[in-house]
Design a protein around this ligand. Sequence first.
Ligand code: PMP
Length: 303
Amino acid sequence: MKYAFFKGKIVPFADAKISVMTHAFNYGTGVFEGIRGYWNKEKSQMFLVKLAEHYERLFRSARVLHIDIKYSIDELCKMTVDLVNKNGYKEDVYVRPIAYKSQEKIGLGLIGIEDDLCIYLAPFGNYLDISKGIKVCTSTWRRIDDLAIPARAKVTGLYVNSSLAKAEAIQNGCAEAIMLSGDGHVLEGSGENIFIVRDGKVFTPPVHENILEGITRKALIEMIQDELKVVVVERSIDRSELYIADEIFFCGTGAQVSPVSEVDHRKVGNGKVGKITKKIQEVYFKAARGDDPAYQDWLTPVY
Ligand code: PMP
């Protein structure tokens, strides 16, 4: 956290500060991304994963909140590479761009309120335990509906919903929550998409059920079908299917591919990381860390 992009230029991280009156700070009117940079020691290279895809989603989120991003996707990619380069880390990092209502203004609304964009990064290892599987619980907090705050837009204020679920999970001795819709469908974790395996097939909730349209989710759907030759079906998932699934895993930029070993005090399969999950972890990490030439187009080298 040495330098950030703030108010149009790269500044020392300590100088990237907003006012207490900033609209986004008061009302949650920002949209953001989380982008991984993997440090590949053998290649002495930092690879940013799916950089343009993240900025494409940032633009889609910004449209929902009437936020005007003054840079093109190409410019944002270049600015990010420059910033990561200037920070000079030789370990995995997490890059956080935020486009936000930057005006110092009391009063609701989105139109006619000034926007800005900042980018910062921090060293970031494994967010969840990806080796032996985590214990999770279904949350009593419901995922918010598209007609309340659209979940497909990565809106800062929406993450109150995810934080309530995560806090409840931690207080109940779990590492992560599974969030359900008002009508009881399994949707996602508090910050990751979910897949279940039943009878050799992989299932994941469809994008029109109030989930974030995850970049890792999309990549894995293709990867599972192409590399593992396993069918992936996008369909609604019942809560009780969690209890009889052979395997469950989360995926996301932060979560990577994260096996679930226990849901609501019930073991998933035999409680160990399942075969399909393990294979997906292998192919995913090889691609994301820059060790599989077939997936070079996922990656933007920094150094
Ligand atoms: N769902 C939610 C609610 C998230 O915050 C994230 C993380 N961005 C994801 C899913 C996973 O999305 P991605 O693979 O694009 O990181």
